[in-house]
Each structure stands twice: as structure tokens, then as C-alpha cells.
Design a protein around this ligand. Structure first.
Ligand code: CMC
Length: 446
């Protein structure tokens, strides 16, 4: 039996008489505890019983980056990092990317199952009629500096929406939760396009509700003097697929932020704004922007060997490589790589593609990367596609945020209805001083 099969058999209760518990001996006291195993996990609170004396607080578990801690039960996204499997509500990402649309996937994530025709029509209609934002949102966004980063603008404006919909804090009401969910999915592209127009110094364009979701976004981004913007259907489809690939990814950094902030029972705009903030970082969604800047900095094929040496010496990271969960390949990266061909057929090949391909080839064969199981992730090729769309690098993570919005909302909806959840409040191991006597400044400085 392989180690995995043995572990599976144990969790199915097929070995050792089907016992589903962990026996722990606390060597400080010699006491033995039986800790139940449920769904392959033990409850951290079970360890609190393990004490050296009655007034001892009890044992805690220490897991600074949640590398081995489940923080929730979820039925939204399944991910097997070793096998490179990603499923939304049980449907493989490959099939959704090939046969579904982003709005249908958003419905699936939020509602738990695929819509029938009428449900999809209603869902699309609701989202379409909520694409406009209050005029004051526009004025508010115009107040940002001309060179403001669009992710910062998105973060601020998503948070600001909570002031436009004060009823959103009634999170116990399912109808209320539903309308805020619709509003957020609908308005995200509008805020994103306004942020782009702002940095370009161009007039903000209102949504065109005759267009589909991705086409309307492209229209708000690029429409100039023409009466009607006509998106290229191939680019529209490619953008839709990119949104699908980013729609959810279980308990990643930004989703964890949405859940942590949402656990205080704040409104969903404030919770999603926290997600946007977390996504901004270069180790998370900001990696797509960082990849493009890295490729531009490398500039030509002859600079690749010295760049790779620098990475191996620990001077910097190969952005777009590595993943906390995927240790074999990132299925989203495989789909994106294929999508590159479709986009470049319309836009022409990006000269940086050659550098990216060479980096990938070297890294996949180099012991440093192979040993650490570092493979291209979703962000390695998405930046090249986004550049082909003529999005500036600052917009790349904004595109990720549009795609991720239904995932954040599905996770938030699951959280607020989960009876086991409480306000998120980790423990700490205190390492500072204790019970010092305060000496007033006048005496300290004397
Ligand atoms: N380039 C070079 N070395 C790397 C890289 C990289 N991109 N990623 C990890 N390593 C090394 C790291 O230095 C460490 O080596 P050692 O054991 O010698 O100290 C080892 O691999 C393990 O790294 P880690 O930082 O402990 O791994 P992690 O699981 O904490 O980090 C990660 C995951 C994604 C933050 C990391 O791989 C990384 O920084 N990648 C580059 C940024 C990136 O592309 N992020 C996008 C992630 S996918 C989109 C998303 O969902 O956000």
C-alpha cells in the first residue's frame, strides 16, 4: 500500500479496528488523552484540556501561516495540490473554463448549483441592471492622485460602497445578503474601469448594458469617440475564461482576509475590501504585475542565466512560480498557457513570451526549482495575456479581483450562515516583557 492509500484507509477506518482517534501522552504529566479524529482533523481545542496544573491555560497549537490548520468547513472549492485538481462545487475547472461562462460560474459558486435557464437569465439580468454606481462614487474616485495605483483605488472604492448601501450591515437577512452580492459582482468592473480611466486621464465611461459582462468591461476600459464599442468576441471569451479561472481558490490569503473581517459581522463591502487589500500583495494576486515587471527587467534571452543564478542565490524570487498548495502543477496555469495562443492570434505575439517560455524551460529542469516543487502558477502567463489586451501592469491584479469577487462572496455567505463560526481571534505566544514598572519620561530622560 502506498503512503497515501494507507492514510486514506486509516481515515476510512479500515485499519486498527476502525478507531478514529489520536492517543496523546503529555510527557510533562504522564497523562494520556484520546483526541477524536473527524474528517482527517483533530480539534485544536482538544489540546486545551492538556494541562500541567489546574490553573494552567492548557496546550495551544502554533501555526503562524495556517500551513496545517483548517479554519472552516466549506463546500465551495475542492483543491488537491499534489494531483493538480481544482473543482468549483464539484465541477472540474477544465470543464468550466471550456464550456461555461463567468456569470454562470459566479451563480454556481454563490448558489451552490448550476442554474436552469430561467435562473441564469434572472441572475444575468440582476447583475446587468446593477452595473452603474452612484455619481458620487465617480466624484470620490476623481479625488485620487493622478498616479494612484488602481488596486489602491479599488480597495478604497469597494470599501466606500458600504457608505452608499448602509443597509448592507443587515447581514442576517438573506434577501439583503443577496442584493449586496449582486451589487458587488455587478459594480466591480465599473470601479475597475473607472480606476483605469483615472490613471489614463481619460473620461470615465458608463456601463453599456447591451453588452455581456466581459464585453461591457472592455467597453468601459477602451471606448473613446465611437458610438458603440464592439468587443472582439475572441478577446471577450478569453477574458471570460480568465475570470472563471480566478473565481475561487478556497482558503487563500485574500479569502482568509474576507472571512476574518467578515467574522466580525461587518457588511460585505468592508469584508471584500479587506480581500482586495490582501490580493494586492506581490506574493498573492500582485504576482501577475510582478511577473511582467520581472520579464521586462530581464529584457532579453542572454540575461536569463544571470537572473536564474540570482534567484538561486536567494537575491529575489522567480515571480509566477511556486504555490503553497500546488506541488505538481497549477491546473489554471495549464489552461492559461493554452489561452495565450487564442489571444496572441488576435493581438500578435508578445515578445516577452519567449523569455517566459525559456524561464519555464530552465526552471522545470533545474534542481533548485525541481527540489522545491516550484512550477508556474496562474500568474506566470496571465500577465502576458493581460498585456496583450493592452492593460497596463498596474491593472493586472485589478482583473484578478474582478474574477475573485464571486468566490469571496460565496465564502462570505457560507461564513455568515455557518453556526460553528465565531469572530476570528487567533492565540499568540507572548514573547515580550511582563510587569515592568513605568518610569515617567521626565525621569527616564533625566
Ligand atoms: N522563486 C524562488 N524560490 C522560491 C519561490 C520562487 N518563486 N517560491 C518559493 N521558493 C523557495 C523558497 O525560497 C523556499 O526555499 P528554501 O526552502 O531554500 O528556504 C522554498 O521554495 C519554499 O518556499 P516558501 O516561501 O516556504 O513557500 P510558501 O508556500 O510559503 O510560498 C508562494 C508560496 C506562492 C508565496 C511562493 O512560492 C512565492 O513567493 N512565489 C512567487 C510569488 C507568486 O508567484 N505568487 C502567486 C501565487 S499563485 C496566485 C495566488 O493564488 O495568489
Amino acid at each position: 500500500m502506498s503512503t497515501e492509500t494507507q492514510a486514506q484507509a486509516a481515515s476510512d477506518g479500515e485499519v486498527n479496528g476502525g478507531k478514529q482517534s489520536l492517543t496523546v501522552t503529555d510527557n510533562r504529566t504522564g497523562k494520556t488523552y484520546d483526541v477524536p479524529i473527524e474528517d482527517g482533523t483533530v480539534r485544536a481545542m482538544a489540546f486545551r484540556e492538556m494541562k500541567v496544573s489546574d490553573d494552567d491555560f492548557g496546550l495551544m497549537t502554533y501555526d503562524p501561516a495556517y500551513t496545517n490548520t483548517a479554519s472552516c468547513r466549506s463546500s465551495i472549492t475542492f483543491l488537491d495540490g499534489e494531483a493538480g485538481v481544482l473543482e468549483y462545487r464539484g465541477y472540474p475547472i477544465e470543464q468550466l473554463a471550456e464550456k461555461s461562462t463567468y456569470l454562470e460560474v459566479a451563480y454556481l459558486l454563490v448558489n451552490g448549483e448550476l442554474p436552469n435557464q430561467q435562473q441564469l437569465d434572472e441572475w444575468k439580468h440582476e447583475i446587468t441592471i446593477h452595473t452603474f454606481v452612484h455619481e458620487n462614487v465617480k466624484t470620490f474616485m476623481q479625488g485620487f492622485r493622478h498616479d494612484a495605483h488602481p488596486m489602491g483605488m479599488l480597495l478604497g472604492s469597494v470599501g466606500a460602497l458600504s457608505t452608499f448601501y448602509p443597509d448592507a450591515n443587515d447581514i442576517k437577512d438573506p434577501d439583503n445578503r443577496y442584493i449586496q452580492t449582486i451589487r458587488l459582482i455587478a459594480k466591480m468592473p465599473t470601479l475597475a474601469a473607472f480606476a483605469y480611466r483615472h490613471i489614463m486621464g481619460q473620461p470615465y465611461y458608463y456601463p453599456d448594458n447591451d453588452l455581456e459582462y466581459p464585453g461591457n468591461f472592455l467597453s468601459m476600459m477602451y471606448k473613446m469617440t465611437e458610438l458603440k464599442y464592439e468587443p472582439d468576441p475572441r478577446l471577450e471569451r478569453a477574458l471570460d475564461v480568465l475570470f472563471i479561472l480566478h473565481a475561487d481558490h478556497e482558503q487563500n490569503c485574500s479569502t482568509n482576509a474576507v472571512r476574518a473581517v467578515g467574522s466580525s459581522q461587518v457588511d460585505p463591502y468592508s469584508a471584500v475590501a479587506a480581500g482586495v487589500g490582501a490580493l494586492f500583495g506581490p506574493l498573492h494576486g500582485g504576482a501577475n504585475e510582478a511577473v511582467l515587471r520581472m520579464l521586462r527587467r530581464i529584457g532579453s534571452m542572454e540575461n536569463i542565466p544571470s537572473f536564474i543564478e540570482g534567484v538561486k542565490n536567494g537575491n529575489e524570487r522567480l515571480m509566477g512560480f511556486g504555490h503553497r498548495v500546488y506541488k505538481n502543477y497549477d491546473p489554471r496555469a495549464t489552461i492559461i498557457k493554452k489561452a495565450c495562443d487564442d489571444v496572441f492570434e488576435v493581438t500578435g505575439v508578445n515578445p516577452l513570451l519567449e523569455i517566459a517560455q525559456e524561464l519555464e524551460k530552465i526552471a522545470l529542469n533545474d534542481e533548485y526549482f525541481v527540489k522545491r516543487k516550484l512550477y508556474p502558477n496562474v500568474d506566470f502567463y496571465s500577465g502576458l495575456i493581460y498585456e496583450a489586451f493592452q492593460f497596463p501592469p498596474e491593472m493586472f491584479t485589478v482583473l484578478f479581483a474582478i474574477g475573485r469577487t464571486p468566490g469571496w462572496l460565496a465564502q462570505w455567505l457560507e461564513l455568515v450562515q455557518d453556526k460553528e463560526q465565531k469572530i476570528a481571534r487567533p492565540k499568540q505566544i507572548y514573547t515580550g516583557d511582563r510587569t515592568l514598572d513605568f518610569v515617567p519620561a521626565s525621569e527616564r530622560w533625566a
